[in-house]
Design a protein around this ligand. Structure first.
Ligand code: 13P
Length: 253
């Protein structure tokens, strides 16, 4: 089954620690891991170059994601990292709109949309996060809120460009809490978003992917990842522990 598993290391590990964890992951991966499973790591910006060098030198079948990107392409924007810089580093994926960025760094739907446009122009796959807070969840219309988040993130894109996107459903209340929605709930949310995208002819059965993130562990990964509509996982805490991360990957049947 075609699945994408992304390790989001968040603000953890200096570049030496990141290399160590990456090498441990690489050595621990069974060579027989299904080629259809894409394994992606998303370290901090400071570790991207070191890990990219290892991937390239050893021709590894592992992929790199950035945890964010600037909405600006170049110029006087101190502290930003651009899509062009990521492209040069052969970064394959980029997480955008993570709830931690929306919450702590006031990331707006508009800037997420700009980032998505820039990434697609450079053929870097955007991993667009969407999800409701616990307060929004209590509102009956939370599905409308999720659809709106998705709609705003892809505003102005050509329809054929949306095919390549990965949408990551990450309920804010499930991140780092040990709580997860029921499987049926995950399926319902993804089905609704798929229906919305299809109604706008924005969905491609072959290519558009939906993954789930929020307290994914070896205990729940089997159930979540072997559900047809779920094309993978965005893993936080458990991805910092190689044994747990590998168990998550191996739970794919
Ligand atoms: P946890 O797996 O630690 O809940 O984090 C999920 C997440 O935010 C991945 O992007």
């Amino acid at each position: 089954m075609n699945k994408t598993i992304i390790a989001n290391w968040k603000l953890n590990l200096d570049h030496l620690e990141a290399i160590q964890l990456f090498q441990k992951l690489n050595y621990s991966l069974d060579n027989d891991i299904d080629k259809k499973i894409k394994i992606v790591v998303a370290p901090s910006f400071t570790s991207l170059r070191s890990i990219q060098t290892i991937i390239e030198a050893d021709k590894l079948k592992l992929y790199l994601a950035s945890q964010d990107v600037s909405e600006f392409v170049e110029g006087a924007y101190t502290g930003e990292v651009s899509v062009t810089q990521l492209e040069k580093l052969k970064i394959s994926f980029c997480i955008v709109g993570h709830s931690e960025r929306r919450q702590h760094f006031n990331e707006t739907d508009e800037s997420i949309n700009l980032k998505v446009h820039n990434l697609i122009n450079k053929k870097i796959v955007p991993v667009i996060c969407f999800g409701e807070s616990i307060e929004q969840r209590k509102n009956e219309n939370y599905l409308d809120f999720l659809i709106e988040q998705v709609e705003k993130s892809i505003k102005g894109l050509r329809k054929d460009k949306v095919d390549e996107i990965i949408f990551a459903y990450e309920p804010v209340w499930a991140i780092g809490t040990g709580e997860t929605p029921s499987l049926q709930n995950i399926v319902d949310v993804i089905s609704n978003i798929k229906e919305f995208l299809s109604s706008k002819s924005f969905f491609d059965e072959e290519n558009t992917k939906f993954i789930y993130g929020g307290s994914v562990t070896p205990d729940n990964s089997k159930e979540i990842l072997n559900t047809q509509i779920v094309n993978g996982a965005l893993v936080g805490g458990a991805s910092l522990d190689v044994d747990k991360f590998i168990k998550i990957i191996e739970s794919i049947e």
